[in-house]
Design a protein around this ligand. Structure first.
Ligand code: SF4
Length: 431
């Protein structure tokens, strides 16, 4: 049995709104390693030089590009303290920028594409002093492996997306945030794992099928209904878990039989459910019958707030009123301010929905307004995009402070926070 701190995962300075936010697939990837070789996750602020000196492997996640700078700094620190430590990074941004990251940082190995099995193989080879140059998806300073491993249905279905015992402080903080939950669902664990990639063809989104093909060399995958329902059951039975977020919508994208299997019973959970398209009334009814209460986010356009191509507006009005009539769910209309400015039909549709429904509204431009680092057909971004991302890595900083402040106020003074509506502003919504 290896000592607990042989393999470290560090939640470094990520520039996300809460340091507790982790990519949806990360628990599955880390749990796969943790089952064979104990991993210990730490937030950067709890890590000491002793931890680093005693460790052999350091793992960093660079999923969102705003995390790149923090990862570079952390790897640099680790190597200064312990030159023998092996540093590994993976995630979408690590993948598209791997040549530049290997050049500019002390990161030894980058895992490209899906990390589920490659990370396990790499850790195993490093611990056993074996050659790592032929491990699928791995790139080092001297080599890029020829072999490629894309996640498949079995990988997706066998992943453990729930357990955080490899990262005790995160687990503790998440439980504390759920305990203090007072109706505002935070974008923290658990995020229900359904799709890897998205079947929709939207531009400017790394989840879109064509981009997934370049990045991961596979089509979008949908986790089987059984394991997804099992996750919901476990969260529902866990008295320390009060809510779940569903950003990867299946009710409007997958077969109705899939949705019926996943939402086949009542779950003792609140939900934030972000719809990609407009689901049928039957599917919408299923969502509101399945969960206790929460927020259902609708998009005014057919491309998940990335276009001005409108949904069927009368059907949207009916859907929002169906949700509002429950009295348990907040129907939220997501829109683009840019669309209101530039497109008359879009503006009229927005006003029509607002007048006909009691929806709250949410301006989504800030999320989509910039160019995402989209890879070419080889799954790589240019150096110009890399520098633009590095220069832009603080773009969410003001929002992040506001989110953090709103969370702390909600935690310590919820009544005052509701009076100030800080949460509403932090989330970009207006009545
Ligand atoms: S914008 Fe939304 S719907 Fe479109 S590809 Fe991305 S995740 Fe899918």
């Amino acid at each position: 049995m290896l000592p607990m701190n042989d393999i470290l995962f560090i939640q470094h300075q990520t520039n996300m709104m809460y340091p507790e936010i982790i990519p949806m697939s990360l628990p599955a990837i880390m749990n796969r390693v943790h089952k064979r070789f104990p991993v210990r996750g730490y937030f950067l602020e709890e890590l000491t030089e002793t931890h680093l000196r005693n460790a052999r492997i350091l793992i960093l996640s660079i999923h969102w590009y705003v995390s790149i700078k923090g990862a570079i700094q952390t790897a640099d620190w680790a190597k200064r303290v312990n030159p023998d430590i092996s540093t590994i990074a993976g995630g979408m941004s690590a993948s598209v920028f791997y040549p530049f990251l290997l050049r500019d940082s002390k990161i030894d190995y980058i895992i490209r594409g899906d990390g589920d099995l490659p990370l396990l193989f790499l850790v195993e080879a490093l611990l056993e002093h074996k050659d790592v140059s032929q491990i699928p998806n791995v790139a080092g300073r001297e080599f890029v492996a020829d072999e490629w491993q894309a996640a498949d249905q079995d990988t997706l279905d066998s992943g453990d997306y729930r357990t955080l015992d490899w990262f005790p402080t995160l687990d503790h903080r998440i439980r504390r945030m759920h305990t203090r939950y007072n109706g505002k669902i935070l974008p923290i664990h658990p995020l229900l794992a359904t799709y890897r990639g998205c079947p929709m063809p939207c531009e400017n989104c790394c989840g879109a099928a064509v981009t997934q093909k370049a990045l991961y060399r596979r089509s979008p995958l949908l986790r089987s209904a059984g394991p997804v329902a099992a996750d919901l059951e476990a969260y529902s039975d866990d008295r320390g878990c009060n809510f779940v977020s569903i950003y990867h919508d299946f009710a409007s994208l997958a077969e109705e039989s899939y949705t019926r299997e996943v939402l086949g019973r009542h779950y003792d959970l609140d939900v934030y459910y972000e719809l990609t398209r407009l689901p049928s009334p039957a599917m919408l009814r299923l969502i509101v019958e399945t969960f206790r209460r929460g927020t259902i986010a609708f998009s005014l356009d057919v491309r998940h707030m990335t276009s001005c191509q409108l949904v069927d507006v009368p059907a949207l009005i009916d859907a929002i009123n169906l949700v509002a009539a429950t009295g348990r769910f907040e129907p939220r209309l997501c829109y683009l301010r840019q669309g209101l400015k530039e497109n008359k039909a879009y503006r009229e549709a927005f006003e029509a929905v607002r007048q006909a429904t009691p929806c709250t509204v949410y301006c989504s431009d800030w999320w989509w307004e910039e160019e995402n680092p989209l890879p070419n057909s080889d799954g790589l971004c240019t150096e110009a995009i890399y520098h633009a991302c590095m220069n832009n890595s603080n773009r969410y900083q003001a929002w992040n402070y506001l989110f953090r402040l709103s969370y702390l106020m909600n935690y310590h003074a919820p009544a005052l926070n509701h009076t100030l509506k800080l949460f509403r502003y932090a989330y970009g919504g207006v009545k």
